[in-house]
Write a protein that binds this ligand. Structure first.
Ligand code: SAM
Length: 272
């Protein structure tokens, strides 16, 4: 458990994940029935970008720092929520801000300090439950939600060598219990080989209706750098494949450095 999200809060990877997350939540909220959101790797909830780890790495300057002023239209709702919240929001704060009165959020976080911060934040909030619980175990134990409608956000730290295998297994477990749920899983693109292997593994799981949305800032040749990132979406809501493209394009336009190999892509991995 070495990973601390504060070092990377607000980086381009966070912006991509959170902009798509906000779109997915709004899409689920097109129907009046309440939704449940399970955030399996929740982190601390919010981060101070002006101090501590975030200030030291400064990664946010190349991410949210370039979006806050005059955001392009496809990013307007996401950036509006970030601005409204003041302290830079992690996924739990962002999700909470987007919930309607009957929607619910369940968070899991294993790191003791991150979990303590998250618990404090939502201690008096009846719409949010915070568990000190292993994400992969929770995917078997906490699904399906009572509402039978909802989103599962899976955002692991990718520290372990078998992290991509773990993701494919976790998605298989979760989907087997909640086949109608929308699953969104973020993944890093350092080089292509592990991502290709992940796609091939997912195509063998029996899970249907999977797409991958990708934002690549440069040719992913250096495995020591985060060259891009992707979001796997199982059961993408209507128009996701169309609407996510302008979001990705706007992110690339603002956050990219016009490097060779940059681009955005929507890949259909498994048909409906
Ligand atoms: C990438 S960060 C999450 C960031 C957060 N989703 C956001 O967007 O603001 C990953 C988090 O997962 C936690 N974590 C790592 N392994 C875990 C596990 N097996 N179960 C639950 N949490 C875990 C880490 O402590 C870390 O806070």
């Amino acid at each position: 458990m070495n990973y601390r999200h504060a070092f990377h809060a607000g980086a381009f990877s966070d912006c991509m994940k959170h902009a798509l997350l906000v779109w997915l939540l709004r899409a689920l909220q097109r129907k009046p029935t309440p939704i449940s959101v399970l955030d399996t790797h929740a982190g601390a909830g919010s981060y101070d970008l002006s101090a501590g780890p975030a200030e030291r790495t400064g990664e946010w300057r190349g991410g949210i720092g370039r979006l806050l002023d005059d955001p392009p239209e496809p990013l307007a709702e996401y950036v509006g929520l970030v601005r409204q919240l003041g302290l830079y929001p992690g996924s739990p704060a962002l999700i909470r801000a987007a919930l309607r009165p009957d929607d619910r959020l369940v968070c899991c976080e294993l790191h003791p300090e991150e979990h303590a911060a998250l618990s404090r934040r939502f201690a008096r909030d009846a719409a949010v439950a915070v568990h000190h619980r292993d994400a992969w175990e929770a995917l078997g134990a906490l699904l399906p939600p009572q509402s039978r409608r909802g989103l599962v956000l899976i955002d692991p730290p990718y520290e372990a060598p078998d992290a991509f295998d773990r993701l494919a297994k976790g998605l298989t477990t979760g989907w087997a219990r909640f086949r109608t749920g929308v699953f969104a899983a973020w993944y890093p693109i350092k080089h292509r080989a592990p991502v290709r292997a992940l796609f091939a593994a997912l195509q063998q799981t029996g899970i249907s209706d999977i797409v991958a949305a990708e934002l690549v800032l440069r040719e992913p040749l250096d495995p020591a750098r985060l060259n891009g990132c992707g979001m796997l979406v199982i059961n993408p809501p209507y128009r996701f494949e169309t609407d996510a493209m302008p979001i990705l394009a706007a992110l690339l336009d603002r956050l990219g450095a016009r490097e060779p190999g940059e681009g955005v892509e929507m890949i259909r991995l498994v048909d409906e």
